[in-house]
Design a protein around this ligand. Structure first.
Ligand code: SF4
Length: 254
């Protein structure tokens, strides 16, 4: 008999996390207010993850005019793509944009290396991520003087020193990670408490969801990004979207 491993599950809320949640939300609102007060044009990355929907929900409740962009790589799961419209309909007062890779660059990569050449090495994987994510990100950020991400420290070994504020040297912009210090349990406590839409793949053992061919479900207890580029070592598990930040400064929350 084959025993299937127990997969990661959406954390169930507990009393301690629930009690901390109001204070976490208050701090997050203060951080977002500070950012939108300081900058003229703030763009918000929406990878359609639970963290991003949480931030969009808080922004909508604050009533700020945020421009929210999604990088549609062309290799996303159907479950992920369908969430885009659901979020857009839920927040009619926010501006949502979708950026796709340049068709010529995709065609050239496929004809030279093959459609799934990213399995053949880190360089070819990073080339694919550059074409489908990094280059479109540059277009998405045009005109902005700051951008926000839903990255958290606990997500992976590559993010354990993540700070609230970074200077994005590649795009010459301020970059903020307003929920850098939220735990997975706190994120899900918020999502479930306010009934936010979320990707159906979370219920199939996917704690971190990227492109379909590069993401697997993970076992309970594993690092939550284990299923991203599962064939690579954990030190290379970034797509290049967050490569350029230096001068990290921890925020002093009051
Ligand atoms: S995650 Fe995979 S399919 Fe998506 S852009 Fe990167 S290498 Fe390509």
């Amino acid at each position: 008999m084959i025993i299937k491993p127990k997969l990661w599950q959406i954390p169930t809320p507990n009393q301690q996390v629930d009690e901390q949640l109001d204070e976490k939300i208050r701090l997050l609102q203060a951080r977002l207010y500070q950012i939108f007060h300081k900058h003229q044009c703030v763009k918000v990355a929406n990878s359609l993850a639970a963290e991003d929907v949480l931030m969009i929900d808080v922004l909508a409740k604050l009533g700020v005019s945020a421009q929210i962009f999604t990088l549609d790589t062309g290799r996303l799961n159907a479950e992920t793509v369908s969430l885009f419209d659901e979020i857009k309909q839920r927040y009619p007062n926010l501006v949502f944009e979708r950026y796709e890779p340049q068709a010529q660059a995709v065609a050239s990569y496929i004809s030279t290396h093959g459609e799934n050449a990213f399995y053949d090495g880190v360089d070819l994987r990073k080339q694919c991520c550059f074409i489908r994510k990094v280059e479109p990100l540059g277009r998405a950020l045009l005109g902005a003087d700051a951008w926000l991400t839903g990255q958290r420290r606990q997500q992976s070994a590559t993010r354990d020193a993540l700070a609230f504020f970074e200077h994005d040297t590649l795009h010459q912009l301020a970059k903020y990670n307003p929920i850098y210090d939220w735990s997975e349990q706190q994120v899900w406590a918020y999502v479930l408490k306010f009934g936010l839409p979320y990707n159906a793949l979370y219920e199939q053992g996917y704690p971190s969801i990227g492109c379909q061919p590069c993401t697997l479900p993970v076992k309970a207890g594993d690092d939550i990004r284990t299923g991203r580029w599962w064939w690579e070592s954990k030190d290379s598990k970034e797509c290049g979207l967050h490569q350029s930040s230096v001068h990290q400064i921890k925020q002093q929350d009051s």
